[in-house]
Design a protein around this ligand. Structure first.
Ligand code: SAM
Length: 333
């Protein structure tokens, strides 16, 4: 029985994010502002059989949560098939199979995702105003994303999390409106600090709205109470509404309040590279190992050795910080 995955700082690795594609139909300015051509040619992308096999090994190594992401993961036509295959690992120790999506394809496909075995969904929604949504995402489809949220609810993909990246001068004045949205629709609203992961490398600290400010803006309208849960390796600080209203608030503050010490995550890019941190500047080709015909034991050794190289923390706040070459859309958010 191989040992469970631990890095050299004794952090247990339990959480795998799998990017299904580096392609995206949105052009969010904080991620893929110029709509670059995808880096990975089709033959470099992992097939669904390779993803299934890799995840099987990861689950054997103690991965409990798999989140499918991208790019826009629903641009991959075989996503239901991938979910169906991965859902079978719940017999082997997988406890949570989740998806992060921009919501565009959900109106017609939320039900089929649920039927394939998806447990949970996170939908990105950066503004409740049509003009701001369009400026931030590059596409004029707010209504369709709203329909997607409704469809996910209808399909029973519960709980629904909504992600909003808050960027100075764009949507910080909507923070309390988002909280009202969480109350009205009984969803978990998660606010994310803007990170230096934009392909244009135009991130500036001045554009970051801190988690502290986000909380203050919410509490001006809706007092919050911290949720009495062990944070563990969770990325967000979680709150309920003090007046008992439905919905939940999560604040993800990797820039101003890093949580690397409890990180349990690794990532697999659409072209089969393992990344041990969102901000890694090196990648490790699991794809080459898989395609070289390595035996399962060799694949396990490879993954275990890569995990040992996981960085102690990110270096965003250090003077010499170098942003990763690939944007969030390639890494898999
Ligand atoms: N296309 C899907 C979506 O829109 O949710 C999944 C991929 S997207 C890269 C995953 C998450 O990363 C989204 O919630 C997005 O807002 C977030 N994200 C992308 N770039 C970011 C950045 N520079 N800072 C903070 N969050 C970012």
């Amino acid at each position: 029985m191989p040992g469970l995955l631990k890095d050299s700082y004794n952090r247990a690795i339990r959480d795998l994010r799998v990017s299904l594609t580096d392609r995206c139909n949105f052009r969010c300015f904080y991620c893929l502002p110029h709509g670059e051509a995808p880096i990975a040619p089709k033959e470099a992308m992992l097939s669904y059989e390779e993803i299934e096999y890799a995840c099987d090994v990861f689950v054997e190594l103690g991965i409990e949560k798999i989140r499918l992401t991208g790019g826009e993961p629903m641009m991959r036509r075989d996503i239901e098939q991938i979910i169906f295959k991965l859902a079978r690992f719940k017999d082997k120790g997988l406890t949570d199979l989740a998806l992060t999506t921009n919501g565009y394809f959900l109106p017609h496909r939320a039900q089929s995702l649920k039927e394939a075995g998806l447990d949970r969904i996170t939908i990105s929604l950066d503004s409740l105003r049509r003009d701001v949504f369009k400026t931030m995402t590059g596409v004029d489809v707010l209504d369709r994303v709203m329909e997607g949220i409704a469809a996910a609810k209808q399909a029973g993909l519960d709980p629904i999390k909504i992600n909003a990246v808050i960027v100075r001068g764009h949507n910080e004045d909507e923070v309390a409106d988002f909280a009202a949205f969480a109350r009205e629709h009984d969803v978990k609203m998660r606010f994310i600090e803007f990170m230096p992961l934009d392909s244009g490398h135009e991130w500036s600290r001045a554009d970051v709205v801190s988690g502290r400010e986000i909380r203050r803006r919410i509490e001006e309208r809706f007092p919050l109470a911290p949720l009495q849960v062990q944070r563990g390796s969770e990325t967000s600080s979680r709150y309920r509404f003090a007046d008992g209203a439905p919905g939940e608030i999560g604040i993800i503050a990797p820039v101003t309040e890093p949580f690397c010490g409890a990180c349990s995550r690794i990532r697999l890019t659409a072209d089969g590279q393992i990344r041990t941190c969102l901000f890694s500047t090196v990648e490790h080709s699991l794809r080459d190992v898989l395609r070289d015909g390595a035996a399962r034991a060799e694949i396990i050794d490879f993954i275990a050795s890569v995990v040992m190289k996981k960085e102690p923390r990110h270096f965003i706040n250090d003077p010499g910080f170098v942003a990763p070459a690939r944007s969030m859309s390639f890494i898999g958010g």
